[in-house]
Structure formats: C-alpha cells, structure tokens
Design a protein. Structure first.
Length: 170
C-alpha cells in the first residue's frame, strides 16, 4: 500500500474512535488485575498506562481526522478503493489477533502466546519465508521475555491450561 492515496475522513474518525474504545475496554479490564497496595507500581500499572496511551492516541487520531474533514472536502477517488483491501488484509486480522493474544495469554502464559501470535503478524506484514518467520518470532519472543519478565520484573502468571513457565523451569 502506498502513502499517496486519499483517505476518507469519516473512516479515519471511525478508526480513531474504535481505537479509543478498545483502549477503554483494556483500561476497564486492567482494573480486574489484583494489585498490592504497598507497591506504587503494581501489576496493573503497566496495562493502565498502555491503555491510557491507546485512548489518548485514538482520541487524537479522531480529532485530527475531524479537523482535516472540516478543512477539506474529499474528492471522489477514481481508483479502486485499496483502503478497504488494507482494512481486510491487515487491520481486521491484527485486531482479531490482539483478542486471540489475550485468550492465549490466559491459557498458555506470555512465552507461548507471544510466539503463537507473532507468527501470523509477521505473515500479515508479507514475510513469506517460513524459516525466517519462525526464527524472528522465536528471537523476538525471547527478547521480549527477557526485557519484560526478567529485566522489568513484570509478573507472568503462566497459563491456566498449560503453565510453560513451570515446565521450562522459568
């Protein structure tokens, strides 16, 4: 997809609102994470910060798009609408994968769920070599695990179906 195509301001506003609503959903969901009152930066703090950023960015996206819509009038696009194709081939699958990631995270923990979701994400972004996709997903998963779980000390509860942390001795 090239960056020269015209975008529909209504679509951009709707996307911004949808992103903000997803952030609200995650922020409300983060409230159910048990927190220790003695720790100022507890287990729900990072999800709350990320959710707040998602809300802020979605709101800004909608506001900027609304401002653009008021300033310009959209001319009809004589080319086929490749934006719908981009929505169907990238955005909707990524949104579905984010929901699936949440389920996998509960069932299998961080390590396995991150690997399982990275593989289709890399394919969505047109990485076609299966050995390369699997290698990049494995390396990225290991790096993310080391950074978030080991270095930053974010708690990983393991999975409710299979706890790979116990199986691997992590």
């Amino acid at each position: 997809m090239d960056d020269t195509q015209a975008s529909n301001p209504r679509t951009e506003i709707a996307v911004g609102i949808a992103v903000a609503l997803i952030g609200v959903f995650f922020l409300v969901s983060a409230e159910s994470i048990p927190a220790d009152s003695s720790d100022a930066f507890g287990p729900r703090s990072l999800p709350q910060v990320i959710s707040s950023l998602i809300i802020a960015l979605g709101t800004m996206w909608a506001a900027i798009s609304l401002s653009k819509a008021r300033r310009t009038e959209v001319a009809p696009n004589p080319r086929p609408n490749t934006r719908n194709q981009f929505l169907l081939t990238r955005i909707l699958p990524l949104m579905a994968l984010s929901i699936l990631y949440g389920l996998f995270f509960q069932w299998f923990g961080y390590l396995v769920s991150t690997f399982l979701i990275l593989v289709p994400v890399l394919v969505i972004y047109e990485n076609r070599s299966l050995p390369r996709v699997l290698t990049v997903a494995a390396i990225a998963t290991a790096l993310y695990f080391m950074l978030f779980i080991k270095v930053m000390g974010i708690f990983d509860a393991g999975g409710s179906v299979v706890n790979f942390n116990d199986l691997l001795g992590l």
